[in-house]
Design a protein around this ligand. Structure first.
Ligand SMILES: [Cu+2]
Length: 188
């Protein structure tokens, strides 16, 4: 009987450890925003926060606060600059209906650059640091063509506010911290 009790406690303890590990994995929210700006013909499109620190195994819940947004990895298989850690497969949300969410769990450590497919040229891009900075996204953006990091997305991802070290120390970076130059309408 004593053996049975020990085995039962051991099993319970293991179960509790498992539950504890599962609970430690956090879900973070990122809003996908369309904001009308007075006196401007085209709204601002952005992720909020635009820089985020999470831990391996954490989930990001992308919330469509406006229409026509996606959360898409800068990945070679999307015929774009590869700016996620090596070994990470291509991933993308569909266009998320307003009010709906799309979740992605980030397992591998490193720096992940993401874009919104319809709004990349307006600067809708963001950076997520998983655990610690690393990987191809640590390099400066060298291709600003449509198959690289296009137009204003390159300005946003090159902004000092999205320096991975800054994301690491701040935990979260708001769109408000991005310089106004990166928010100018492209081509103007
Ligand atoms: Cu968008």
């Amino acid at each position: 009987m004593k053996h049975v009790t020990h085995a039962l406690f051991a099993a319970l303890f293991t179960l509790m450890l498992g539950i504890g590990a599962a609970l430690a994995q956090t879900t973070h929210e990122v809003m996908m925003v369309t904001e009308m700006i007075e006196g401007r013909p085209i709204p601002a499109f952005y992720f909020e926060p635009v820089g985020l620190l999470i831990q391996p195994g954490d989930t990001v819940r992308f919330v469509a606060a406006g229409p026509h947004h996606t959360a898409t990895a800068y990945h070679g298989q999307h015929v774009k600059s590869h700016r996620v850690p090596e070994g990470v497969g291509p991933f993308s949300s569909p266009v998320v209906p307003v009010g709906d969410v799309w979740e992605h769990t980030f397992d591998g450590a490193g720096t992940y650059d993401l874009w919104c497919a319809p709004h990349e040229h307006y600067g809708m891009a963001m950076r997520i640091v998983v655990g610690e900075p690393g990987g191809p996204a640590m390099a400066p953006i060298d291709d600003r063509s449509p198959v690289g990091v296009y137009a204003n997305a390159a300005l946003v991802l090159s902004d000092p506010a999205l320096d991975p070290a800054h994301i690491l120390s701040n935990g979260s970076v708001s769109w408000a911290e991005i310089s106004s130059d990166a928010k100018e309408l492209p081509g103007q």
